[in-house]
Design a protein around this ligand. Structure first.
Ligand SMILES: C[S@@+](CC[C@H](N)C(=O)[O-])C[C@H]1O[C@@H](n2cnc3c(N)ncnc32)[C@H](O)[C@@H]1O
Length: 258
């Protein structure tokens, strides 16, 4: 337990060296600028993802829920854009059962940024208005393809969305003109056995419609074929991912309003 956790209303100043040493002890997902010249060494290109999200420039007066927040890059960004309240939720990576991450990154970033982002440890399928309330803006970023029950997850997310949801996801089955899903039985997507499903864009839009969203816009769609092949070649070289498995997938961002 840190002093900051014991006394949340007191600001404890860290020296740059202390902060750098604490950052170095954590396995980061996000690249968060903590100030003092320190950026967390996450493997995620968080700023590139942010550009694709087309997050509203200002969130003044809005309540924001970040589902699957991990280190909290997008929660802190919502706060920076003047959201009235931000709740970051997660469960899987925060429970620290894996060597690739836990909640320490989120906690340290919040402390270093002097942030008031709230947090709750809760599974996506447990989200409900009774448990967390409803929010003007819900971020559902990089989580859907980890869901074994994707439609149920979208319904849970819809239940806590009062205004708009922003979904960022892997998409697969791109050659199929009808709504379709890839089902990942093993670790074939990114050598990660926690990946379960890859909807195609039509299935993503369809799930949002079935969950009660009326206006749905794909704001960042499929990248050109050369880009997907170049990315797949890079990931094959850098991380040993299956080339064809990566080349036939992409990522999209969808905005949807009730
Ligand atoms: C790829 S990371 C995405 C993190 C962040 N939202 C982003 O876009 O960079 C997926 C996140 O979803 C969380 N997650 C996966 N399954 C979950 C579940 N059933 N309930 C809650 N969170 C879950 C993981 O813990 C992880 O933090």
């Amino acid at each position: 337990m840190t002093w900051a956790a014991l006394f949340p209303n007191v600001i404890f100043l860290m020296t740059t060296d202390e902060l750098r040493a604490r950052v170095a002890r954590i396995c980061w997902h996000h690249s968060i600028d903590l100030g003092q010249g320190i950026v967390t060494p996450g493997q995620d290109n968080s700023s590139r993802k942010l550009r694709r999200l087309k997050l509203p420039e200002t969130l003044e007066g809005k309540s924001v829920l970040d589902v699957g927040a991990w280190d909290g890059y997008f929660s802190f960004e919502a706060e920076r854009r003047n959201a009235r309240r931000v709740l970051a939720t997660d469960s899987y990576s925060w429970n620290g059962l894996h060597d690739w991450g836990d909640k320490r990154g989120f906690s340290l970033a919040r402390e270093a940024l002097g942030s008031k982002v709230e947090d709750m440890d809760i599974d996506v399928l447990e989200l409900s208005p009774e448990r967390v309330g409803t929010f003007d803006v819900v971020l559902f970023l990089g989580v859907l393809y980890h869901m074994k029950h994707p439609m149920l997850a979208v319904e849970r997310v819809a239940s806590v969305t009062a205004g708009m949801v922003i979904v960022e996801t892997v998409v697969d089955m791109l050659w199929c003109g009808r709504p379709a899903f890839a089902f990942y039985v093993g670790d074939e997507l990114g050598r990660d056995a926690t990946n379960w499903c890859g909807p195609n864009p039509q299935a993503m839009v369809g799930m949002l419609r079935v969950a009660g969203f009326r206006r749905i816009e794909v704001v960042s769609g499929l990248r050109p074929l050369w880009f997907r092949y170049a990315k797949a070649a890079y990931l094959k070289w850098k991380r040993g991912y299956d080339f064809l498995g990566m080349a036939r997938t992409d990522r999209i961002v969808v905005h949807a309003w009730k």
